[in-house]
Structure formats: structure tokens, C-alpha cells
Ligand binder design. Sequence first.
Ligand code: G6P
Length: 608
Amino acid sequence: MCGIVGYTGCNQAAPILLEGLSKLEYRGYDSAGLAIESEDKIKVVRAKGRLHVLEEMTDNGRAMKGTCGIGHTRWATHGVPSVVNAHPHCNAKKTIAVVHNGIIENYQSIKAHLQKKGYQFESETDTEVIAHLLDSYYQGDPIEAIAKTMVRMTGSYALGILFFDQPGKVFAVRKDSPMIVGSTPEGNFLASDVPAILKYTKNVYFVDNMEIVSIGADSIHFYNLDQEEIEKEITTINWDAEAAEKGGYEHFMMKEIYEQPKAVQDTISPRIKDGEIVLEELGMTEDEIRKIRHIYMIGCGSAYHVCVSAKYVIEALARIPVEVDLASEFRYRDPILEEDSLVIIISQSGETADSIAALKEAKSKGAHVLGIVNVVGSSIAREADSVLYTWAGPEISVATTKAYSTQLAACYLIGIYFGKIRQTITDETYQELVEELMKLPDKIQRVLGDKERIQWFANKFAASKDIFFIGRGLDYGTSLEGSLKLKEISYIHSEAYAAGELKHGTISLIEKGILVVSVATQPELYEKMISNMVEVKSRGAYLMGLTCYGNYSMEDTANFTIYVPKTAKYFTNSLAVIPLQLLAYYVATARGLDVDKPRNLAKSVTVE
Ligand code: G6P
């Protein structure tokens, strides 16, 4: 999705902005642009395609003089990817420049209103109305013009704005789309996402909804919609700048796959003290936990798949019914939330539009909302009643790997902790599970050691047209994620099925030579899985079996088998998903695809 960077300070702005934008490339975009304040005007340069086009046009920014500016990477929503639709957008006199993330839902009525007043539009975007609307309200007071503009707009927006007659100042505002302000001795920054400015500062302000910011080279002032100045607290981000670099790997995805042992370790270990799980962050007393009657787990994409798997774990350990929902469905179905319900929203970015809307829906119905979130200070982290952070560090590759793994780990902690408090597991089981949980990072590391075999196998199937994934119970959750990883980055059609459902339709799609990946780690379902595998094999499928060491009879049925270390049956997803991530990665690279930036996808889906 779109990215915003702004800078004002004592250094040349354009090279800094381009560098910041390059750190946001992972979010997905199709055009980019800069607006820089120069002595006689606001200079705007825009380009379709990758950022390097803009870099070449501006000699890496050096050709654009000036120390104050805004930059943008656009992911087209309203209007095709093109130079005229790229941001920044300006008023006719080119004295106001705007970059925008989000969608202005009522832009057509605003546009019609402005056209009647004589305003002319050159792009198909919703953003251009903002530049003209600001122009219509601007009489020398930017905060006033911005506040009036905000009142007229519905939808979501994070804006970076320049006014030519306010030299050295960048203005910003947000509603339901993330925005941070970073402070350094050499100038101040605006960004839609932390990695854009991590190289320069870890000290940031989170802009809240309906707040306006005026950023000068050595001043930052926040205002509310009534144009009154407000005080804000600065937060220190604990991510390393190096964590957002490739560090010698060819792709961020591979780097992040390799970071999983550490990410899982970092998520688990601070919450286990002297062999006991400590989860004060949940903000719930033991009594409140005992009273929970229903859990709703909500997310999008891979975060939703974590919910699917976590349902099996939490229901088994804590004996609480868990309902799983896609955020985009939950938000519109007027969900029935009984008293004593806990709603868990899972999100890496903490900025996914549907997940935020689901959170608001749940809160409006009185439920306690727990966020499992990776980005500190993100919207979900701030709006939830309590937060359990996953400590995955910045995740850059669009296809999530380490965030997914840490979300699973967070859910295991909750399941075991609730089970102990509700006495639905014995003390002995509790101790065993805690010990096993602590061994997971090492076991993930061991699975990574098998990468050459998976690479060899992936090369064999890189030309596939369809690939199926099957599993039962928790393995069904793993299959969903394996299939999503593959289709996201390899563009091969893939489906995941609960193996018991095969005979209700999918089996008709099985033809000679089709790869069926069969995940079978659950002891009590192993034999059932073998039967399902035989069914598809007898129809010509080529079988990749994925099971735990010890289940060597898998080789009697599967054509190729991958083993993962034994662990508690609740945690097998964390190990089995690793070969599937590697399979997707190697299939995509064998096909020569850009794994970190797959077509049409965005890392963080901040619009509906
Ligand atoms: C996008 C990403 C997925 C991610 C989903 C939810 O579709 O490409 O990898 O799982 O959004 O994102 P979130 O930030 O809420 O976890």
C-alpha cells in the first residue's frame, strides 16, 4: 500500500526522502513522487514504476535542492498507475502539495462541489480533491485550512502537506491510516511506517486520529480538530536499523525465514519466568480468565490462519469455545458477543483496515479486546484493551514468515496459561508444555537445516499449474498457510483442504502428476491422513508427505517425505510450516519471481 515520508531540517531533503521511500518499497507500490520546497516554488517530480526511475530522474535526489519536502509511493486505488495519478498532487497555483495514504470515500461529491466553483482536475485520484479543498479554505493559517478540510472528508487518510508560504514546514494529519513523526537533532521526519526513518531516529510520536501536526526543522507541534495545541509523549522504538536491511541475504523473505528461531525465542522467553508463564500484559485477573465463556479470534491473511490453528490449541488446552473469523466478515455481520467474551485480534502491522474495524465492532459491543500485534504503537496496539506484542522485529517481505511464527507462539502461551488458570490441564502437563515451548526455537533451527532437499524438490515442481495442500486438525491450519505462501509469491494456483473434505469436491480436480502436499503431524489423525493420501495417489497425484521423525511409514505412501522434529502435538504447526515457507520461496525463485514484492499484493492493507 502507499507510503509517505517527509523531512525538514538542515540537510538536503530529496536524497533523504528517496532513501526513506526505498525502505517502504516492501509495502507494494506502482508509482512514486517527491515535492520539495525550493526558493521560488514547490518542485514536484513523479514517475510511474519502480523508485529507481524517480532516482534516475533526480540524480538520486541531488538535482532537487531544498531542505524540506514530502515523498510518496502510490499503490493505485482510484485511477491507473500513471504519472498524472502519482502523488504529490497540487492546487492549480502549485502552492500546496499533498501526499495521501488511504481512501477519501466522498471524493466525488467534493470534486463536483469544487468543479462548480471552477476548480479543474487533472488526475483520476481521490487525493487531488484534498489539494483543491485545502486551496479553497487556505487564508494563511494551515492548521485552520487542514481542520476544515478534515471535517469535509469521510474515509481514511494520512496526509503529508506542504504550503509554499510556510517555508521549512511539513504538515501532517491522520484518520485511520498510520503516521508517525520522528525527531532528530538534524531535523524532523514524517513517515507512514517506522522502517522509513529507522536509520535516522528511534524517537517517534504516534499521530492519533484527527490530530494535526506542524513539523519544523527544530519544532513539532500537535493540534486537535479544534485547532488547540496538545501535548504528546515521545516513544522509543526498540528495532535495530540493521533489522530492516537484507544483511547479505538475496531476499528479505529468506532472511526473515532464518530469523524465526530468534523471533520465537524473543516472543516466548520474556514471558516465562522460573518455569512459569507470566502474562500480565493481558490485563486480566485470574478470575476474569476463569469466567471467559467464549473467545473470538480475528485476523486477515496469514494472521487469520494463525487464528484457525490457535482455535485447536486453545480449545484443547483451556476448554473455551473459540470462534474464528476473517476481520472483513466479522465487521459486517453484527456478531453476537455474549457477556464474558474475549476477542483476540491478530495483526503483524496493527494497521490492517478490516482488523481495526473488527476491533472497533468488538469494543462497541463491550468485549475485552486483546491485540496480538508486532508493530509497537500501531493502531490496533493502541486501541485494544490490552496487547501481547510479538517480538519479531520489522518484517519487510510481503509474505509473512517470522511474524506468523511469533503469532502462533503467542497463542500457545495464551492456551497454556489459560489452561493452567482454569485447571483444564494438570500441573504436570503444564510443566511439560512450558519446557517443550522453550525448545521450539532450537527445533525450528533444525528444520531450517533441511533446506537443500526442499530446494531440490521445489525445482522439480516449479512449473506446476496447481498444487494442493491437505491436512486434518492443526495440520489443516498449517496447510492453509502453506498454500497461501505458495500462491502469494509463486502465482501457482493452490488450495488447502481439510483432508476429510476431499471427497466432497476437491478430489475431482486431482489429475496425474499433480502435487499434493500432505501434512500429517497429529498422532491421532495420522492413519486417517494416510487413507486420504492413498485416495489421491490412486488418482495419479504426486505426494509430498510432511510429518514428524518416527513416522517413517509415511514413505510407504508419499513419493517424497520431509520430517520435522517431534514436539508437543499442539506446537507442530510451528515446525511444519517452515518447510512449506521454504517450498514457496524456492518455487518462486526457480520461476524467477520477485519474492519480496509479489504482484498486486501489499504488506499492510490499510484500506478496505
Ligand atoms: C496482507 C499481507 C499478509 C498479512 C495480511 C494481514 O495481506 O500480505 O501477509 O497476513 O495482510 O496483515 P496484518 O498486518 O494484519 O497481519
